[in-house]
Design a protein around this ligand. Sequence first.
Ligand SMILES: O=C(O)c1ccccc1NCC(=O)[C@H](O)[C@H](O)COP(=O)(O)O
Length: 215
Amino acid sequence: MVRIRTKICGITQVEDALIAAQAGVDALGLVFYAKSPRAVTVAQAQKIIAALPPFVSTVGLFVNASRSEINAILDELPLDVLQFHGDETAADCEGFARPYFRALRMQPGLDIAQLAEQYQSAQGILLDAWVPGVHGGTGERFDWTQIPASLAKPLILAGGLNADNVAQAMQQVQPWAVDVSGGVEANRGIKDADKMRKFLYAVQMKNVQLCDGAQ
Ligand SMILES: O=C(O)c1ccccc1NCC(=O)[C@H](O)[C@H](O)COP(=O)(O)O
């Protein structure tokens, strides 16, 4: 059994990043999408990244940004991974000298497995809830039984996760990683230390149980 990893997205403050890092998060998402209340400026992101201890990955999240916009940010920030959360084609996601994963929303009637196959060079596929008109960070779950049995890439499960449901999600889906934003917030864009710690603890405890069960 492989340890299921964690990403907390929508980090906007150094203190939240440090609390998550100290509680064992694997990756932190920084949102470069102006319409989100969790969006950060390059200057904010620089402070957050500079404050991080070793071995915490940074993920830059984009929604239909232009290549020049993304490259301008990459010129300033040592982001580890890119997350494309809009309508980006495979070609839109490639050529940035960074690995990326592609977020797909579980839109009814969409063949997610077939769509995922288009992103041959993606590190993984993030599956998120579908809310018409909203790209992500909705706080909404989706029906995990709808997840294709054979996804072409490692699965990152997102959408409405929190400390109370993440163990069930891990048991049922057994993804590569779990991703959360709203479920660890007090107010949109401001993380709640206790909720982050409880989420990460719930994941750690479930990982122990899953690993024990596999032995
Ligand atoms: O977080 C946002 O505000 C956001 C806005 C637009 C596109 C994507 C966004 N977040 C992407 C993420 O990876 C979120 O963690 C994911 O959608 C899950 O969010 P939540 O349901 O609030 O846990």
